[in-house]
Design a binder for this molecule. Sequence first.
Ligand code: TNX
Length: 525
Amino acid sequence: MQEICIVPRPQQLTPLEGTFELGCATRILVSESTRAVGEYLQELLQTATGYPLPVMENADGIGAYHTILLTTSKADAFLGAEGYELSVTPGGVVLRAPHPAGLFYGVQSLRQLLPPEIESSTIVHGVAWVAPAVTIRDRPRFAWRGMMLDTGRHMFPPAFIKRTIDLMAMQKMNVFHWHLTEDQGWRIEIKKYPRLTATGAWRAASPQVGEMEEPNGIPYGGFYTQRQIHEIVAYATSRFIKVVPEIEMPGHAVAALASYPKLGCTGGPYAVRTSWGIAEDVFCAGNEATFAFLEDVLGEVLALFPGEFIHIGGDECPKQRWKACPKCQAAILEHGLKDEEGLQSYFVQRMERFLNAQGRRMIGWDEILEGGLAPNATVMSWRGMQGGLAAVQAGHDVVMCPTSHCYLDYPQTQAADETLPDWMDYTPLEKSYAFEPVPSSLTPAEATHILGAQANLWSEFIPSEARAEAMLYPRASALAERMWSDAGSRDFEEFSRRLGQGLLPHLEILGVNFWKAGPTGGKRG
Ligand code: TNX
């Protein structure tokens, strides 16, 4: 019997005798609540097969010969918000889940059971569209299965964002963390502050390949219009992916300062940065105008992103400027704060109050713990697991994405690489796969505060889409498995086989430039 290869690994899988074959008579049966997923499946299967695969209403929730039934009726509630049961037999396919999201993930599993040519964007003749008979019962381990893309350092066009969303969905990831503002570029249109994109989206140069400074003399920039963002959020929603926007504060804000210099402690002038690394210039925390500005910006952000979480950054905010700024020092006195760390904490807490009042939850990088954590904040732990651990113990929710396993901008080859700086640690596929988001010191009750994990792609050294894909895949696939599958199953050899025989051939046909290790050291794009 042929080995069944699905990534991420399903919780329970039982191979059966025989196969199911898609044919020109195959129909997709849905009810009102499952129609959208049915139409998604139709689209997925129609292009390569050329079969009509009509989507038909069938209220009784009972399959018929040669149908693919998608139903929520009589589904096992234990499967939760995202779990599903898939039964593939020679006579037909039944996909059952309590909620449409579960059906969507069942569709992703069914997709991987079919020959990889199913991914073709044109009709393929001469392929038998068979799936091995099997029953699968599956549900995710974590609710937050994220991927972050830094569009501040380098811009990726909307079509690439949508493609990334599709690939995330295929691997059952459900949070797209969109890093939209940086020292080197402000990428989101804000109607009230047009200079943010007129000025802040453009830089005079970027560092040369592999360098932190050394400008290359080539102007660079771009931004997403609100209309494009609206469309991308809708696209993600149709794939059960929540979009978490990140607006960086108080640091990583030089592009905003270049646009509105009064928001900085020195008043500028500032230029959108042309080098990587941490900037000393940050938002002035002693100026009411800063808060008014940020609340206006977030107001427009909230209208575009309906999801629960808003990311406010909070990382890498040097305190030199605040130390020398009369307004910041006055604010420390006025609010009875201890020092500049206290001021950062005041800043973040004030933004949290604003977001909570609008019915949203705030998330930030683990530096938001310094000087006292905002009362309801969720922490994204990147400098190791320690910040996340401390936050959980203080009763906060946490998303784990330590540099050690989850930073996919780090090299995956040990060979010298002049396109990357030396401070990045070697992070091969095997290392990402070995990731465990829940520290063993947590009690089961504490562990429920670990919402999940995330793959992060910072883009200082990722100037192209091809390069982005080479860095993301398949390491993101390894992390996707750690986010979805049970903690117990972590046999790297077995995973590699499943990846090589299952997911990667699909990605190949989708034209994904995934990393290929080998004598040449892989494609860099
Ligand atoms: C640290 S992770 C940063 C980013 C850089 C990244 C490079 C984090 C919150 N801050 O600004 O892009 O390292 O790996």
